[in-house]
Design a protein around this ligand. Sequence first.
Ligand SMILES: NC(=O)c1ccc[n+]([C@@H]2O[C@H](COP(=O)([O-])OP(=O)(O)OC[C@H]3O[C@@H](n4cnc5c(N)ncnc54)[C@H](OP(=O)(O)O)[C@@H]3O)[C@@H](O)[C@H]2O)c1
Length: 324
Amino acid sequence: MDLPHNFFLLATALLGFISVCKFFFHFFNWIWIMFLRPHKKLIDYGSWAIITGSTDGIGKAMAFEFALKGLNILLVGRSPLKLEATSKEIIDKTFGNVEVKSVVVDLQNNSGEEIMNKVEEAIDGLDVGILVNGAGVAYPYARFFHEVDLDLMDTIIKVNVEGTTWITKAVLPSMIKNKKGAIINIGSGSTVVIPSYPLVTLYAASKAYLAMFSACTNLEYKQLGIDIQCQVPLFVSTKMTRMRASLFVPTPDKYSKACTKWIGYEKLVVPYLFHNLQSFLIRKIPDVFLDSYMLRNLLYMRKRGLIKDSQIKGSKASSNFKTN
Ligand SMILES: NC(=O)c1ccc[n+]([C@@H]2O[C@H](COP(=O)([O-])OP(=O)(O)OC[C@H]3O[C@@H](n4cnc5c(N)ncnc54)[C@H](OP(=O)(O)O)[C@@H]3O)[C@@H](O)[C@H]2O)c1
C-alpha cells in the first residue's frame, strides 16, 4: 500500500502535538496539586496526632502545626526534659485549646517490643488519626561504609528503620478499627531525587526502606481508609543539617506548613515548593553526571569532616582514600 506523500509529516506533527499536550497536562496538574488542591481536614482523621522526633526540627514544627489546626498531640521522644518543654510550648502557643501528652521512648535503646508496648499503652483510649514518623538520625559527616562505627550503624538502623516499623505496628490496629487514619513517614531526597548517595550509604538505604515501606503499606491499607505516604525533604535548616535557612533550605516551620497540605494524597511526595522544583530539575540530569558530582562533593565533605573530627579528638586525620 502506498503511503500518502505527506504521511511522515502528519505523523511527526501528531507526535509533536501529543508531546505538547502531555507537557501542558503535567504542568497544569502540577499547578493544581501545588497551589489549588483543597487540603484534607486533618481533624476528620481523628482528634489525636502522634509524632516521633517531636522534640526538635521537622517533627516539632509538625506538632505545632497540627496543634494550631486543633489536633491534640501525643509527643514521642527520648528526653523527658525536652518533651516537657515542647509540651509547654505547644500549650502556650495554642492557649491551652488542645491537649498534649507525651511518652518517653528511646528508639535506639528500647527493644522493638518495648517501643510497641509503650506506644500501645499511651494511645489506649485516644482517638488517634495521624501518625508522623519523624525521628531520624544521619551521619555527622560523610564517610565510607567500612568507616561507619558500630554505634552509629546501630543508631541509624534502630531509629530510622526499626523505630518507624515498630511504632507503625503499634498504631495501625486502632486506625484499622476506626477505618480511617493517616501515616506520614519522613523519608529523604537522598533516596528519591538522586540516583545514589555515596558516603552516606546507610542513611540513604534506611530512607529507601521507608519509601518502600510506605508504598507497600499504602496499597495494603488504602482500602481500609488509611492514607500512608512518604514525605521527602531535601535540605531543611535543623540541627541535623546545621545549614542556614534560605529559599532552598526552609526553616522547619515553613517546611511543616508545606507538609500538612499533602497529607492524605500521593504515596511519595516532595512537599516544599522549592524542593519540588529542585527535584524536577535534578531528575533531568543524567545519572552518570549526578553520581560523579555526588561522589566528588561527598569526598570533599568527608575530608572536612575528618579534619574537624581530628581537631575534636586531638588526633591526626587518617585516610586511605584519595579525596580529590
Ligand atoms: N533536615 C533535613 O535536611 C532533612 C533532610 C531529609 C530528611 N530529613 C529527615 O527528617 C526527619 C527529621 O529530621 P530533622 O532535620 O528535624 O532532625 P533533628 O532536628 O535532628 O530531629 C530529630 C528528631 O529525632 C529524635 N531522635 C533522634 N534519636 C532518637 C532516639 N533514639 N529515640 C527517639 N527519638 C530520637 C530527636 O530527639 P532529640 O530531640 O532528643 O534529639 C529529634 O526530635 C528525620 O527523619 C530526617 O532523616 C531531614
